[in-house]
Write a protein that binds this ligand. Sequence first.
Ligand code: 8IG
Length: 272
Amino acid sequence: MNPLEDSKANPFEIAKAAAAVIAEKTGVAHHDIALTLGSGWAKAADLIGETVATIDATEVPGFSAPTVVGHLPTIRSIRLSNGKHALVLGARTHYYEGHGVRRVVHGVRTAAATGAKIMVLTNGCGGIKETWADGTPVLISDHINLTADSPLEGANFVDLTDLYSKRLRDIARTVDPDLDEGIYAQFRGPHYETPAEVQMVKHMGGHLVGMSTALEAIAAREAGMEILGVSLMTNLAAGIQKHPLSHTEVLAAGKAAESRISALLAEIIVKL
Ligand code: 8IG
């Protein structure tokens, strides 16, 4: 059993143990920045710098092999051209897997325990703005958490104003001034939304719909990290797109955009 599923365990202690294993296995005592690479973003790991070490995520306390095709179950330590050390988490656990929110945010807490002060969260998602073409990268400016859950336990009142750092979004736009931004709504999934749910998000002021990121961002903020969120819009959301959504098509759109958006992310990372 994953130690995080023992309700008596302390998730921060497990994150500390995971960070110690990462330090030992990579030989890198301290990481400066961490990235979670969602669907469509995996290639960025090869572009951002020189890989110092690649670890099988299942060897690190609290991590287990993910179930979704297109997500890499590895953790990589990468030296950037600016001398900083980046930790790349290819092993995201999704909320819809049903293992609990502690498992979902373990990567973020582990990243914080390795010393990372900046958390870059990427994902593939659906878009609500009809002007966005499939394959458009979008900076996340804020989120709407529709999971009705939180990674925080007990009376822990964490401020989420400027959760997705304006400073980091501005840095990203120095690389590509045309980068648009939007509000990301996290649904539980794994089903896609109904057209009515997409309209609900539109009326609430949301622009992107997905199944990750918001819970992770909250945990990153709790840990005191600064957050950059970037979505890859692989499809217009249900009902806005005129034909039904297919996971195969969504993956294909991610693949088609992967080289372009990964190169963009690599350029952004060294400036953070
Ligand atoms: I890729 O349209 C991808 N992930 N919830 N809705 C939700 N998640 C997604 C979508 C989408 N596309």
